[in-house]
Design a protein around this ligand. Structure first.
Ligand code: HAM
Length: 420
């Protein structure tokens, strides 16, 4: 039986790593230029962290959580452990657990890591995927929203992705949402039976999500209903006005999308999504927004917060269509003319590596010709040939692969010659 990876997971093979590294380096440089510090939290967390924050009636909580079973849990003594489906709630947990709210309440953090959602796998939708993201904790300032959106757009531009679309909306505070939900319920009451099955349930449990439904009938039914921005209270309106102005002043193009209601209960005020047309149905590269109620909901003081997360596999997919990054080979490949020289060869290999020169040799007892082919395949810059005669003189033959130029080099100056 051939072994297989679980459905909805991916192996990232060595030849794909250069593109991932390019992305990771650009991400870290950009986030740090905006003065965000990295935070790393566990991959497993308690279930109660997520059902309390994401919301009991969301798809993630209802259908997509992975649970971990241990003996202890089977005996029912502990809160259930889960694989994290997102990182905003864990970040808030870490913020409160380490008392940042009491000591240094303003924090700008970034993260990068794997997440798990038991979704139906399809192109662009995995069960294990990676996110990069940022969270600003401790600020109600509209310029935090502007900075976070600016950062997402700048990062994509620096990666070479210019052709994406930024959608913006405000979901208001719980008060605005309550009034709007009531209005929505009244407007949709007569058409509930015409909605898709999912939205019929949403009508009772999470009515705002009907606006986000991809079903054509639901879209048409809810199309003419007054949008949420008409129901924003004065404070939420003013905040939204500042965010829009900040984006306009900095020429960050956005499209107002009053149907954008993100799939987590914790959002307040600003929400946004960045999509790319080259991706197919799962076209969101980035999603984010403000969540001013979450820290207080977990027992902290009222604290403003805003952030975003991007799907790394989706960015890689867009990048792979635009860019090819060749893997870099070692500086030098040591070839031997005779197996009996292997032990000398390995000593030299170690010496090169000790001197910070990347180096490789043959481990498959290949002929000299095949060793050269191997050096070429792994993209070594030089091949140094160790022969009996040369070694007795204390030299090797060094060939530069790109030019084909060969010369004899003294063993003791090999490191220097290669470094030059
Ligand atoms: P999200 O919209 O669920 O937001 O995820 C953000 C991004 O992760 C999506 O736009 C998409 O690129 C990627 N993504 C999500 N699910 C999958 C999947 N199954 N397979 C591949 N990629 C996926 C959040 O997670 C929020 N925590 C974002 C946030 C941070 N809001 C405020 N701060």
């Amino acid at each position: 039986m051939r072994l297989k990876k679980p459905q909805g997971t991916e192996d990232i093979l060595p030849e794909q790593i250069p593109l991932w590294r390019y992305l990771e380096d650009t991400v870290r440089n950009t986030f740090e230029r905006y003065n965000y510090s990295e935070i790393r939290t566990p991959i497993m967390e308690f279930y109660s962290l997520f059902n309390r924050s994401i919301g009991e009636t969301t798809d993630i909580i209802e259908k997509e959580m992975y649970f971990l079973r241990t003996r202890e849990h089977e005996e029912g003594t502990k809160d259930l452990l889960t694989l994290r489906p997102e990182l905003t709630a864990p970040i808030v947990r870490a913020y409160l657990e380490h008392n940042f709210d009491k000591t240094r309440s303003f924090q700008k953090w970034y993260y990068y890591g794997p997440l798990f959602r038991h979704e139906r796998p399809q192109k662009g939708r995995l069960r294990q995927f990676h996110q990069i993201g940022v969270e600003v904790l401790g600020s109600y300032d509209a310029f935090s929203d502007v900075e976070v959106i600016d950062l997402a757009m700048t990062l994509l531009r620096l990666l070479g992705i210019n052709d994406c679309q930024l959608d913006l909306n405000s979901m208001g505070c719980p008060d605005c949402r309550k009034t709007y939900s009531k209005a929505l319920r009244e407007a949709l009451e007569g058409s509930v039976s015409k909605l898709c099955e999912n939205c019929q349930q949403r009508f009772n449990k999470n009515i705002l999500r009907i606006l986000d439904c991809k079903d054509k009938r639901c879209y048409e039914i809810s199309f003419n209903i007054a949008s949420l921005d008409r129901y924003l209270c004065q404070r939420c309106n003013e905040h939204f006005r500042k965010v829009k102005k900040g984006l306009e002043d900095n020429r960050i193009a956005y499209r107002l999308n009053n149907r954008l209601v993100r799939g987590f209960d914790y959002y307040t005020k600003t929400v946004f999504e960045i999509t790319h047309s080259g991706l197919g149905a799962q076209n969101a590269l980035c999603g984010g927004g403000r969540y001013d109620g979450l820290i207080a909901q977990f027992g902290g003081p009222p604290t403003g917060a805003v952030g975003f997360a991007m799907g790394v596999e989706r960015i890689i997919e867009v990048l792979a269509a635009k860019k090819r990054i060749e893997p870099r080979g070692p500086s030098v490949y040591l070839a031997v003319t005779d197996e009996s020289l292997k032990s000398e060869c390995y000593k030299l290999l170690r010496e090169l590596r000790e001197n910070l020169v990347s180096a490789e040799m043959d481990y498959e007892q290949k002929s000299l010709k095949a060793q050269f082919r191997n050096a070429d395949r792994i993209k070594a810059r030089f091949v140094a040939v160790l022969g009996t005669k040369e070694l007795s003189k204390g030299t090797v033959t060094l060939k530069e692969m790109a030019t084909g130029k060969e010369r004899e080099v003294e063993l003791k100056s090999l490191v220097e010659t290669i470094k030059e």
